[in-house]
Design a protein around this ligand. Structure first.
Ligand code: CDP
Ligand code: MG
Length: 138
């Protein structure tokens, strides 16, 4: 089924100039970029985006990290985009990510792990309009 998902190239990967290589991996894996912009989140924006994690011990550190510098936000489209992009990203902890995944190649540690991706249809339907009010879910 044709699906859309929300992808973010996180501040660590943008600062390390991995944007082009990550976009190349996305396109070579069959994803179409429906929307894309470079923005900088405030701490408040980051807290709203990651509200699902508000009670987790890493919430404060994560939201400080996500607001430390520019990010690239994208809407990706493909058959089975949500699950397939999660596979392409790899495990949350880059040390546990498989060879050939974005996090294995570009992640620094469990927090600074290069990319974000929606984990379900429900999260995609919150995350896509969070950044792209003009783009349809599919
Ligand atoms: O991003 P993903 O869906 O794989 O993981 P998550 O469990 O939804 O966590 C969101 C983000 O919080 C991760 O991508 C990491 O940047 C960060 N995190 C962390 O710093 N420490 C953890 N133990 C777990 C997640
Ligand atoms: Mg998640």
């Amino acid at each position: 089924m044709l699906e859309r998902t929300l992808a973010i190239i996180k501040p660590d990967a943008v600062a390390s100039k991995y944007t082009g290589k990550i976009i190349e991996m996305l396109e070579e894996s069959g994803f179409s970029i429906i929307g894309m912009k470079k923005i900088k989140l405030s701490k408040e924006d980051a807290k709203k985006f990651y509200i699902v994690h508000k009670d987790r011990p890493f919430y404060d550190s994560l939201t400080t990290f996500m607001s430390e510098g520019p990010i690239i936000v994208m809407v990706l489209e493909k058959e089975n985009a949500i699950e397939d992009y999660r596979k392409l990203m790899g495990a949350t902890n880059p040390e546990e990510a498989e060879e050939g995944t974005i996090r294995k190649r570009f992640g620094k540690n469990i927090e600074r792990n290069a990319v974000h991706g929606s984990d379900s249809k429900e999260s995609a339907s919150f995350e896509i309009p969070f950044f792209f009010s003009e783009i349809e879910l599919v």
